[in-house]
Design a protein around this ligand. Structure first.
Ligand SMILES: Cc1ncc(COP(=O)(O)O)c(C=O)c1O
Length: 425
């Protein structure tokens, strides 16, 4: 009898639950630069970056070297027990990158950073409520699920979530058909209604949002919206939290997306691209806020792991030297190429994004969302060795998340396959 070797996907399906599903059924055995190598020996161009994580590419030699050097020194110290150099150096670096007078608290995942940020806001303001935004995604733990409103499926059967969470509209002018100005006014009026009828602003600890929405559809708000939120928060003593878990670390061509808008949050949450694939997240906030977070009122065993912190320092160095300038250049080229593509084909309703956080929204001729086209493009691309991801509540947004070190010919290859599928429909 011929013994067939099972794929990683087949083996995983037997021992891991459906909830641990993947965007592909691929099993990967090696990663290098902009490519992943599958168990059957196929090379894949990675335009997913492990969902915005490997922002300097896979296994960058400098990241590997820094992590290996740290492995030889110390794997775990425990930040509730001792101090160690990579932890302190990374906190110093994040303080510097955010203008100084900041403090940094490390955890392991994006959701954990957001949980911590909410706890911090509640501790400092002594207020109960949080406002988040429709189409916002903040993670999978209970509090993070509570502030997530990008898809009701993420919440179904988990209801009875964190109380006193309210949801506001995030500007999405393409969807509503309004001018950007009118869309901002609409959203702000709605927020005011929330304050008038549902939650008094003095009960609100924090307003949390992604400065560019990720999972919800790569939606970029007008600058004036973030500016007005900043003013509202200042007026009412509400802390403004920017979840930059997906937008941070060069994704938008700046180290952090808030730098594009010139609007600084009170609390910044970071993860994903922070450490080139090592599990690490951070909460950054001014000293005057952080100093009100008493010892022992928050913590965790693994947060700020020495190896993850060392990898992060190396990754930030690469971003500063090559990732950021390249992301700006190639991001501008890529976006322009997508605009030109929109003119040549039918089916692209909108082109949007910042830096290398780019997307096209796929629409049918009657204007309705086209999730089938999204899956067709992703399938054909995968057959040709390119990994692409979708997003958006209607699953009709194709997002491009290449490494910040992406090359022009790699972008051209991706544009080419998208064009062929759209012309072939
Ligand atoms: C904006 C944003 N916030 C939070 C998270 C959750 O991060 P994690 O999966 O590391 O908990 C994600 C993950 O996709 C995200 O995109």
């Amino acid at each position: 009898m011929v013994q067939m070797t099972k794929s990683l996907y087949e083996r995983a399906s037997e021992v891991t639950p459906p909830t641990a599903s993947r965007a592909t059924t691929l099993g990967m055995v090696k990663a290098e630069g902009h490519y992943l190598f599958s168990e059957d020996g196929t090379k894949y161009l990675d335009f997913a970056s492990g969902v915005a994580v490997t922002n300097v590419g896979h296994n960058h030699p400098k990241v590997v070297e820094a992590a290996k050097a740290q492995l030889d020194e110390m794997i775990h110290g425990g930040h509730n027990v001792v101090y160690y150099p990579s932890y302190v150096k990374l906190a110093e670096k994040l303080n510097e990158l955010n203008g100084g007078e900041q403090m940094v608290y490390f955890s392991n995942s994006g959701a954990e950073a957001n949980e911590g940020a909410i706890k911090l806001a509640k501790k400092v303001t002594k207020r109960p409520a949080v406002i988040s935004f429709k189409r916002g995604f903040h993670g999978r733990t209970i509090a993070a699920t509570s502030i997530t409103a990008s898809n009701a499926a993420y919440r179904k059967d988990y209801e009875g979530l964190l109380p006193s969470v309210y949801y506001a509209d995030y500007p999405y002018a393409y969807q509503t058909g309004l001018s950007e100005e009118a869309e901002v006014e609409r959203c702000l009026a709605q927020l005011q209604e929330l304050f008038d009828f549902q939650v008094h602003p003095e009960s609100v600890a924090a307003i949390i949002l992604e400065p560019v929405q990720g999972e919800g559809g790569y939606i970029v708000p007008p600058k004036s919206f973030l500016e007005k939120l900043r003013t509202l928060c200042d007026e009412h003593g509400i802390l403004l939290i920017f979840d930059e878990i997906q937008t941070g670390f060069g994704r938008t061509g700046e180290m952090f997306a808030y730098q594009h808008f010139g609007v600084k949050p009170d609390i910044l949450t970071l993860a994903k691209g922070i450490a080139a694939g090592f599990p690490l997240s951070a909460i950054v906030a001014p000293k005057k806020i952080m100093e009100q977070w008493p010892a022992g009122t928050h913590g965790g065993t693994y947060g700020g792991n020495p190896v993850a912190c060392a990898a992060s320092l190396a990754s930030i160095d690469i971003l500063e030297k090559e990732g950021l300038p390249n992301a700006k250049n190639q991001g501008a080229y890529f976006k322009e190429a997508l605009f030109q593509l929109k003119e040549r084909v039918q089916g692209i309703g909108d082109v949007r994004g910042v830096g290398l956080m780019l997307a096209i929204e796929l629409r049918k001729e009657d204007g309705s969302p086209d999730p089938d086209m999204l899956s067709k493009i992703r399938t054909v691309a995968l057959d040709e060795g390119i990994i692409l991801l979708g997003c958006g509540t209607k699953k009709n947004v194709l997002r491009f998340i290449p490494p910040t070190t992406v090359k022009r010919e790699e972008i051209d290859r991706v544009i080419n396959v998208v064009e062929r599928v759209l012309k072939d429909k």
